[in-house]
Design a binder for this molecule. Structure first.
Ligand SMILES: Nc1ncnc2c1ncn2[C@@H]1O[C@H](COP(=O)(O)OP(=O)(O)OP(=O)(O)O)[C@@H](O)[C@H]1O
Ligand SMILES: Nc1ccn([C@H]2C[C@H](O)[C@@H](COP(=O)(O)O)O2)c(=O)n1
Ligand SMILES: [Mg+2]
Length: 263
């Protein structure tokens, strides 16, 4: 299970060591602290990107079946909010109808809630980040983790346990997960995406030609820069989304099959 930093806090609330046993305590504390962190399972995060109707959701189902990921579709989480008539429901509905992007704090909160309540640590985050704003907001979840850890380390110093600056930084690196492990990009011609969306038949409010035109523009203007950002960091696997579902999956399969981290 993915354990959160907060679960470590009881470790630092133990009473201050006496002068005599301080060295031993420091050693034991450090050993326990680092072992606990090292054995912590970091989430394995895959972002699944591509234009509207490129087949992200369809391929995610196959990845789940084959590799046992937890699938989190940002669009599905937002539609669930609409259906549950939550406080943001009508704002989300209007935004989706307009083919625009819902404010990041709403979407990130929904994703974060699902991640934190999942026993599965392998996540497929489908349709997110849709914009640079989304991407940066997601990174901030982890920055918060970082500052939690910073506070934790200061507390450790207060109890006179000795942590070298370098160790502290290494620790932070181990615990943070701001970046996805990899990004799948389903590359599909616009004409094909339009055809697929207009014949999807799932009663979605955005599956009509007017909204679709807007979504395609938003994809180019806001989502493309995110794909470029991760491309520059060598994280993007570009997949040709033309062909049968099985043919496309045969391009996806080797990416995960060769990935030791998810076994
Ligand atoms: N390779 C394919 N060939 C033909 N049709 C496909 C293919 N893959 C998916 N589809 C169909 O195209 C439609 C869109 O697919 P899907 O819902 O997976 O796309 P998506 O990228 O998740 O879209 P959105 O961003 O709008 O949620 C669905 O009706 C799906 O069954
Ligand atoms: N990160 C996201 C993901 C989705 N939305 C909104 C806007 C999309 O057009 C709509 C449908 O998403 P899909 O099912 O196509 O992935 O949901 C968003 O605002 N932000
Ligand atoms: Mg989808």
């Amino acid at each position: 299970m993915w354990r959160r930093v907060a679960s470590l806090s009881p470790l630092v609330s133990s009473s201050k060591p006496s002068i005599l046993n301080q060295g031993l305590c420091t050693f034991k504390f450090w050993e326990t602290f680092t072992t606990d962190i090292a054995t912590q399972e970091k989430p394995f995060i895959t972002f699944v990107l591509g234009g509207p109707g490129s087949g992200k959701g369809t391929q995610c189902e196959k990845i789940v079946e084959t590799f046992g990921f937890k699938h989190l579709s940002a669009g599905d989480l937002l539609r669930r909010e609409i259906a549950s008539k939550s406080e943001y429901g009508s704002m989300i509905l209007n935004t989706i109808r307009e083919g625009k992007i819902v404010p990041s704090q709403v979407t990130v909160k929904l994703i974060q809630r699902e991640m934190e309540s999942s026993d599965n640590k392998k996540f497929l985050i489908d349709g997110f980040p849709r914009s640079e704003e989304n991407r940066i907001a997601f990174e901030k979840i982890n920055t918060k983790t970082l500052s939690d850890l910073s506070a934790l380390c200061s507390k450790v110093k207060e109890t006179e346990c000795y942590i070298k600056e370098k160790s502290r930084r290494d620790l932070m690196k181990i615990l943070t997960g701001a970046e996805p492990n990899l990004v799948l990009f389903f590359d599909c011609p616009e004409k094909e995406m339009v055809k697929r969306v207009l014949s999807r038949n799932q009663g979605r409010v955005d599956d009509n030609i007017d909204t679709m035109k807007k979504r395609l523009k938003v994809f180019e203007a806001l989502n493309r820069p995110v794909i470029n950002y991760y491309s520059e960091r060598g994280k993007v696997f570009k997949i040709s989304a033309v062909g049968t579902v099985d043919e496309i999956f045969e391009q996806v399969r080797p990416i995960f099959a060769s990935c030791e981290a998810i076994k």
